[in-house]
Design a protein around this ligand. Sequence first.
Ligand code: PMP
Length: 352
Amino acid sequence: MSRFFSEKRKNLIPYTPGEQPKDIKYIKLNTNESPFAPSDKAIEYASEASKSLNLYPDPECKILTEKCAKMLGVDYDEVLMTNGSDEILNFAFMAYCDKDHPAYFPDITYGFYSVFANINNVPYKEIPLNKDFTINVNDYIGINKTIFIANPNAPTGIALCKDEIEKILTSNPDNIVVIDEAYVDFGSESCVPLIKKYDNLLVTQTFSKSRSMAGARLGFGVANKKIIQDLNTIKYSTNPYNINKMTMAAGIGVLEDESYTQKNIKTIIETREFTKNELKKLGFDFPDSAANFIFAKHNKISGEKIYLSLKEKGILVRHFNKEEIKDFNRITIGTKEEMETLISTLKLILEE
Ligand code: PMP
C-alpha cells in the first residue's frame, strides 16, 4: 500500500475472483463460465464494430437495450445495460443503501455484496442460511432494509420460488429488493414479470453465463422506470460509456441468435443432471442445484483435499475457505466430456 492511499479505503478487502491460470491448460470448472463459444453472430458483429473503435460507443446503448427489453417482454425504459451484472449491483448499493437503509443479504451468497457494501460505506448484515443452506424467507419479512438475494443463490445453487420472493416484496414496500438472477436461465423462475407489479423490485441478470459472454462484460437491470432513472443517474455520474462498442455489438448478435442460447442452456441442464447422478454414485452430497454449478462435498475427503487433488490432475474447481462451507467445492458444469473426465478423476482420487 502506498502512503497516499486514502484513509477511507485502507481497510478494504477486495473481492477475490476465481483463478484464471495461464500456465497449463486446465479443465476450467471454477468460475461458472459457459463451456460453449459465443454465438457466431456475436463474433461477427463484434469484429465489425472493432473497425470503429476510434469513436465512443452509444452511451444510451439504444439498439441493444431495445432488443433486450423485447426479449424480456418489458418496456425500453425499464432496462439498463451495464458492464457485467457486477456493475448494476454496485449501482444498486450506491443508489439504495446508506446508514438508514443498510443492506441485508444471506451470510452464504455472492461474495461481492459485502465488498460493494464496504466500498460504498454501507452498513450491512449477513443473515444466516438454514442448516440445509436454504434461505429462510421469514428472516426477510417486513425488515425494512435494502435486500439483496441471489436467486438461485451462489454458491449453493438453491432457488426460491416467485411466491416466496413476492412475500418479501410485499412486506418491505418502502425498501428496494434486489433479486440477482445471474443463474436464472438454468431452471428457476424469473421475477422479471413482477416489475410491473412492484415498484420496489430490481432484477439483475447477466450475459456471462447462459449467453457465453463472460469475457465481454455485459449485464443488465430490469425495474420500474423510476428505478432505472435513478440507476442512470449513477451511471452518468460514474461511467457514461459503460458498455464498449464490441460488447454492445456482440450483445446484439447474441440476442439475434436466441436458439443457440436455448440449445446451450438445454445441454448444460442435461449435463448437470448427468453430473448429479454420477456424483451421487461416488458418495457426494449436494443441494439440488438450479444453476450451472453443483456445490458438493464428500464425507470421507475434505473439500480442500479434493480441490488440491483435482488441480494437480488438471481440473480447477472453486473452493472457499469460509468455515461453514469449507467441506464443499463449487463445480461448474462444463461439456459432457469435461464432466466425464471430472468423474473419472474423482474416482481415482477416492481410490488413492
Ligand atoms: N451475481 C452472482 C450471484 C454471480 O455469481 C456473479 C458472477 N460471478 C455475478 C452476479 C456477476 O457476474 P457478471 O458481472 O459477470 O455479470
